[in-house]
Design a protein around this ligand. Structure first.
Ligand code: ZN
Length: 301
């Protein structure tokens, strides 16, 4: 999966660790989920170095306004995100991108965030997705939801704290389940309606308030397929920053009737596929793909 082999290298602590060899900046465009890059090919990009971006903005500010940025500060303030191996990743408020032509002069190109679902660089894939999750949270929490004053970064932990009333918010992580419903040598395969991803999927959905993950499994399977399930067993989890999710994979067996009553609002297809009818191959990216391929290959699930 996209995050595997990286867990041991990821340092998500709030302060920059020692021994950093390079610092990259993840510049996002919120409106269309785009990422600014220095170079791109069909399956790889070069992310800009933090230093060159900060320098370009500061130099332009010096030229234009005598060293002060529009917010009164003397230089851009990068937000440290996390470190993977010896590379630290930062982000920068989008306002810097629109206000300063120096970044235009750097000839930055853009790629869709989705590009990082299958680029050749596994570190960048994970970094771009997880960076997006944090960036989106920062953008969407500029003001306090209780008293509408400014939110400021927490001093000792990753949080945003209201400058007036002290209300604190933490990064948003939405728990969701992916469910492999089995019926002997068959598994319930779905396709989602109205989404860019057209490949095979499994039943999936977000946990509701007050539910256990197992409750979510039972409810989502019933809502999307009309089936009852038993023998719910946890398989694995996957952080999925593209959609701010923490995905939890479960396998289970159909209980009673195997007649599918598909939710036509959510799905375009829901069918039982025999192991021999599945043509998916292992992509080492998504939990859904891994669960389908494990079943196809007859591994213990
Ligand atoms: Zn407040």
């Amino acid at each position: 999966m996209i995050h595997e082999d990286l867990e041991s290298k990821l340092d998500i602590s709030y302060s920059v660790p020692e021994g950093i060899k390079e610092s990259k900046v993840l510049l996002y465009r919120y409106i269309d989920k785009a990422v600014y890059v220095k170079q791109k090919t069909d399956d790889a990009v070069v992310l800009p170095d933090l230093e060159e971006v900060v320098k370009a903005i500061a130099e332009e500010a010096e030229l234009v306004t005598g060293g002060k940025l529009s917010d009164g500060s003397s230089g851009p303030e990068p937000i440290y995100l996390f470190t993977i191996g010896e590379t630290a990743f930062y982000t920068l408020a989008e306002e810097y991108l629109t206000a300063y032509t120096s970044l235009v002069a750097m000839n930055l190109a853009t790629v869709e965030l989705r590009f990082f679902r299958r680029s050749a660089d596994r570190v960048y894939n994970f970094a771009a997705a997880t960076g997006w999750q944090l960036y989106k949270w920062y953008v969407e929490n500029k003001f306090c939801g209780r008293c509408s004053d400014y939110m400021l970064p927490g001093k000792t932990e990753r949080s945003l704290v209201c400058s007036k009333c002290g209300m604190t918010v933490y990064p948003k992580i939405m728990p969701a389940v992916i469910v492999g419903v089995m019926n002997g040598d068959k598994i319930l395969i779905t396709r989602y309606k109205g989404r860019a991803y057209k490949g095979h999927a499994l039943i999936a959905g977000f946990c509701e308030i007050g539910e256990t993950a197992e409750d979510t499994v039972r409810r989502e399977v019933m809502e999307e397929s009309g089936l009852r399930v038993k023998n719910i067993r946890y398989y694995k989890s996957q952080p999925w920053g593209f959609d701010q999710d923490l995905l939890m994979g479960f396998y289970c067996d159909v209980d009673g009737s195997d007649e599918i009553k598909m939710d036509k609002g959510e799905l375009s297809e829901a069918v039982w596929l025999d192991r021999t009818e599945i043509d998916d191959t292992f992509e080492n990216m998504s939990l859904t793909n891994e669960m389908i391929v494990r079943f196809k290959e007859g591994e213990q699930v």
